[in-house]
Design a protein around this ligand. Structure first.
Ligand code: TXA
Ligand code: MG
Length: 317
């Protein structure tokens, strides 16, 4: 297939309604969308990404109301979070209704739901009478794309259309939460910080990185979100001419001739916007090794450290 990059919402809508796949912009990362009620289309998602069907998909809706028929019930605490943070980088795990295909949930009783924020995708969702199932628009195990050209570099020739909404505002995948014993737990750190959740809940939610009774997320897979070029945390190692240093804080400024700065203003929100794009770009430049400064363990720094721990795990013996 020829992959077209454009901004034609009607064309994207027609393709989706006829069972095609369309890459869509969101405020977190680009998604690879299919009509969530069309099983052959859902199967195509797994083929295009090379993703195991045991890994469930997030359903995207135009509003909380639109999601209700697809859920058995939404616990009050979670619907309060939805009302506070949707549209936005938050995904809820709730009990699914019979409208949700087993291909979406990998046979689990729960379903992941989210209302994304990007205006183009919101316009698209408003035109569709069905939810869109969409994982991140990368090949399985690789970096999530935050721009249309990055989607094309991974999925060109595999999908007919990329809806081009520019660079993603947030740059990190959504935060995934669910309820366990009346408490909110975080299954994947993401673009909504733990502090934002704490402010709303009155307690810091527990983060579960280990597999837990019937809940699986790729946030729990150890080698994930990885570059091709070996990537390490910078720990004062000696850097050579074929290495590159990625940094965000003032004190590492131009420590090495080959360097890339994630935030001119030394802030975590800007670094998050740039992180995946920077890694994508440096991955093309044939460096032998990439080194990245660790982030402070707060706000989006926690999420970025989490992704980098998984990415660097691939290169540890
Ligand atoms: O920001 C995002 O969340 C992006 C955009 C496109 O919305 N999507 C995304 O999808 O990151 P994906 O498939 O790459 O990651 C979604 C995660 C997966 O790790 C999956 O295992 C988990 O959500 N997930 C989906 N349904 C689940 C369920 N019923 N129970 C537990 N985890 C679930
Ligand atoms: Mg993903």
């Amino acid at each position: 297939v020829e992959t077209i990059i454009g901004t034609d919402i009607a064309a994207a809508c027609t393709l989706l309604k006829s069972g095609g796949l369309v890459a869509i912009p969101t405020e977190t990362v680009y998604g690879l969308a299919a009509d969530a009620t069309n099983e052959p289309a859902l199967a195509e998602i797994f083929i295009a990404k090379g993703r195991p069907t045991s890994n469930p998909l997030i359903l995207h809706f135009p509003s909380l109301e639109a999601a209700l028929p697809y859920c058995l019930e939404i616990p009050t605490t979670l619907s309060a979070l939805a009302q506070r943070f949707w549209p936005g980088p938050l995904t809820l795990i709730v009990q699914k209704s019979s409208l949700v295909s087993a291909l979406v949930t990998a046979g689990q009783d729960s379903v992941a739901i989210r209302v994304p924020k990007h205006p183009l995708t919101r316009a698209l969702l408003a035109h569709m009478a069905v939810p869109l199932a969409a994982p991140s628009a990368n090949k399985y195990g690789e970096l999530s794309p935050t721009s249309a050209p990055q989607v094309a570099s991974q999925l060109s020739g595999r999908i007919p259309y990329i809806l081009d909404g520019g660079s993603c505002d947030g740059g990190l995948e959504s935060t995934i939460v669910g309820m366990v014993n009346e408490r909110v737990v975080v299954y994947r750190l993401g673009g909504l910080s733990l502090e934002d959740l704490e402010n709303e809940l009155g307690y810091l939610p527990e983060v579960r990185k280990e597999l837990h009774a019937g809940v699986r997320t790729s946030g729990m897979v150890k080698h994930h979100y990885a570059t091709q070029t070996p990537l390490y945390f910078y720990d004062g190692q000696d850097l050579g001419p074929t290495d590159c240093l990625i940094y965000h804080s003032e004190n590492l400024h131009s420590l090495h001739a080959n360097n890339s700065c994630l935030s001119q203003h030394h802030n975590l929100i800007e670094a998050a916007q740039n992180l995946y794009a920077c890694l994508h770009e440096l991955d093309q430049l044939k460096y032998k090794r990439l080194f990245i400064e660790r982030f402070p363990d707060l706000g989006l720094g926690r999420t970025m450290n989490d992704r980098l721990e998984r990415a660097t795990a691939k290169f540890q013996d």
